[in-house]
Design a binder for this molecule. Structure first.
Ligand code: NDP
Length: 454
């Protein structure tokens, strides 16, 4: 690599994508790598997203367990939830993980700068301590951030970043939005004993997911106590003593202890000097890149949420790996964004891969294999919970085009089904697999007849 520059690669952003690219470029390809991060290492996923969220999911799921255990003969008492104790343990875990990220970078020989970086020219970054660094390649991996709607007093509402720092949990909260974050936190906070009201402006939450699957999640959320109002949005909000008064489109005027906006996330690309050096930004501020994550300025690449392609941690990591292959291994590697499995950590969880029934039937003739039933474990305890196992199958090729699961641990299940769907297996190949009994997911290989064709 050229010594004309201070570094072969300078990465801006120490989240999942940036850290992976930096340490693989340095550790496996011997590149001289610098990385700047002005906040905590680990980014959204580790510090204010997936990881603390999942710990909160676990915490919230214990609430229902004593009652369920009683049905199995256990005498268990429900105690109070101690947010302060849990938050302390959660923060200690995040500190540990941040330490792991820092150690991995140092171990790979990456030089880190705990500073904000902006782009000065195609090969130069300016750091907030006034110094500049030159690099043959620059990688932007600055992620995204939650946004509030443009309305008066919106700052009275919190966003997902704030949840993890609350001194105390509110008694009541209004959550605005119907996406991943709104639904996950509605379930978490409901489980932790907060009175949750959720307003979603559309006809059904989790827009874009399979209709039948999101219908069941919505129904289950209502059943477990979330006061979900569809076709409803916030109109005005103002402080009312120590509460927040909210006028909504359904004509109601209610007060809540707290309001949370889960109304989407925007790419973090502002004030970085990107447009000045010729990098194009899209309408939401996303850095525009080609299939190799390269911007219009050949030495500048971007990966992860700042590019607003598929905003998921494992995707950012793969984009980082593909970038390193392309630039440092001489092996141009386009990023494969097809058939990415994902999970929404609602209660029950939803796992999904491939096309929804609605998307697939626009494309070709399909058969739907689906079953919804009360799973053994909770049914025994007299709970009304239902699960859904669903396959969307091409009538012509028999290929399984999509799989949608609503069930406890659907995230774990869809990871495995994702392999089969990604491999392009047919319904008959699913059926050739012997069932594991008694499980919920055995239904995925035992559904004989389609419930409908479309
Ligand atoms: P989403 O884009 O998924 O959802 C935003 C929600 O807010 C939508 O329901 C949208 O409604 C609504 N909304 C947007 N603007 C307004 C407004 N002005 N007034 C009222 N409602 C509004 O964003 P999230 O923040 O939930 O999540 C961001 C991304 O983060 C996800 O897309 C996902 O990629 C990732 N993520 C993944 C997780 C996982 O894998 N489990 C967990 C959390 C996040 P409408 O549908 O009508 O547009």
């Amino acid at each position: 690599m050229s010594d004309a520059f201070d570094f072969d690669l300078f990465v801006i952003g120490g989240g999942s994508g940036g850290v992976r690219a930096a340490r693989v470029a340095a550790g496996e390809h011997g590149a001289r790598v610098g990385l700047a991060e002005d906040d905590r290492y680990g980014g959204t996923c580790v510090i204010r997203g997936c990881v603390p969220k999942k710990l909160m999911v676990f915490a919230s799921e214990y609430a229902g367990m004593p009652a369920e255990a009683a049905a199995y003969g256990w005498d268990m008492q429900v105690g109070a939830f101690d947010w302060t104790a849990f938050r302390g343990k959660m923060n200690a875990e995040l500190d540990r993980l941040e330490g792991v990220y820092r150690k991995m970078l140092a171990g790979s020989g990456v030089e880190t700068f705990d500073l904000r970086a902006t782009i000065k020219d195609a090969h130069t970054v300016a750091l907030s301590d006034g110094t500049t660094k030159t690099a043959k390649h620059i990688l932007i991996a600055t992620g995204g951030h939650p946004v509030r709607p443009d309305m008066p007093n919106a700052e009275l509402g919190i966003v997902s970043d704030d949840i993890f720092h609350l001194e105390t949990l509110p008694k009541s909260i209004l959550i605005i939005g119907g996406g991943y974050i709104a639904c996950e936190f509605a379930c978490i906070l409901n489980g932790l004993g907060v009175e949750v009201t959720q307003y979603y402006r559309g006809a059904q939450i989790l827009r874009g997911f399979d209709d039948e699957a999101r219908g069941l999640v919505s129904e289950s959320m209502c059943q477990s106590g979330v006061d979900l109002h569809l076709g409803t949005n916030i109109l005005e909000m103002e402080k009312s003593g120590d509460r927040i008064k909210v006028k909504s489109t359904n004509g109601s005027e209610l007060t809540f202890e707290m309001v949370m906006f889960a109304t989407g996330r925007d790419p973090s690309s502002a004030n970085m000097g990107l447009e000045d050096v010729g990098v194009s930004l899209g309408r939401k501020g996303q850095v525009e890149v080609n299939e190799y994550s390269q911007t219009g300025v050949p030495s500048i690449y971007a990966i992860g949420d700042v590019t607003d392609r598929v905003n998921l941690t494992p995707v950012a990591i793969r984009e980082g790996m593909a970038f390193v292959q392309t630039v440092f291994a001489g092996n141009p590697t386009p990023v494969d964004h097809d058939l990415i499995a994902s999970a929404v950590f609602t209660q029950p969880e939803m796992g999904t891969v491939g096309l929804s029934e609605e998307e697939a039937r626009e494309q070709e003739e399909i058969e739907i294999y689906a079953t919804s039933f009360k799973p053994m474990q909770t049914s025994f305890a007299g709970k009304p919970d239902r699960v859904l196992m669903k396959l969307v199958v091409s009538k012509a090729s028999r290929v399984v085009l999509g799989c949608h699961i609503v069930a406890p641990n659907a995230g774990e299940l869809i990871q495995m089904v994702g392999i089969a769907v990604k491999a392009g297996l047919t319904k008959e190949q699913f059926d050739a697999t012997c069932a594991v009994h008694p499980t919920m997911s055995e239904e995925l290989v035992t559904m004989r007849n389609p419930v409908r064709t479309a």
